[in-house]
Design a protein around this ligand. Sequence first.
Ligand code: SF4
Length: 279
Amino acid sequence: METLRQLFALDDQALFERAREAGAKRPKAYWSPVVLNGACKTDPPCRHCKWESFKSGRPAFDGRRPIDQVLQCAETMRKAGATHLLVASGWMGHEIPDYFCDYIRAIKSRFDMEVYGLFGAVSEASLRRLRDAGMDGYQCGLESPDEEIYRWFRPGGDSLEDRMQTLKAAKRAGLKIWSGLLLGFGLSDEAVIRGLAFLKEIEADWVAIQPFVPFPHTQLQAEDPTNPYRWARIMAIARLWAGEQTSLVATENSGAYLNFMDWTGANAFFIFPQETGRS
Ligand code: SF4
């Protein structure tokens, strides 16, 4: 087994060819978000938060959705080609509201699709309640594996350690897990190595390397986006480092990132139908 440092040392041709071959062996998957509640208790809000950006132009994005709207959204996603649903809310604290379980039960009873939760760092008891309601897996990104960078763009809310503990708890609860990191704000290769090592240790089923993309009306709107070439290299390294059973998710499928997509070895992609907006 090659070390992460050996993978970082590969030249472009070897790295990208091998990543593409490895990615082609995994089944394709298409994820879409279904928002349960656009509110978030993180205070102050994360400096890059795209949901804050959405709320500035569309106040209705904030707050709890009625179940009919949630089911309609799931149906729109299914029709657009989604094979998996990411059921999301802003962070509600470590204990999830009861209605999240009711909504997951309703989605699972109507749609024959895998449903993952995305509610930030939550307690093991919350994860078990969600699992018992039918949730198949849990998505909890590391955000930044560098603590200093993490708190620079996420000054409030849950911590990196909270997120790592949530992923371990989800694993113990028998849920599939999806995690990854945000490649931005000067994150070093050494920090990426620490993050990828952790994802391997917890045997993540899905891994995503997310490029930073600035959104208007956020504190980080003037920051440069992640360089797409570096993103493609780290995606390819993650592809080769993760086990053969792990899927690699591309969270950005457009613009400069799309230009590099074939090199990454990604087998899972996002579909964002226009009417629901991105979440
Ligand atoms: S936790 Fe998510 S929704 Fe809440 S402020 Fe941070 S990025 Fe925005």
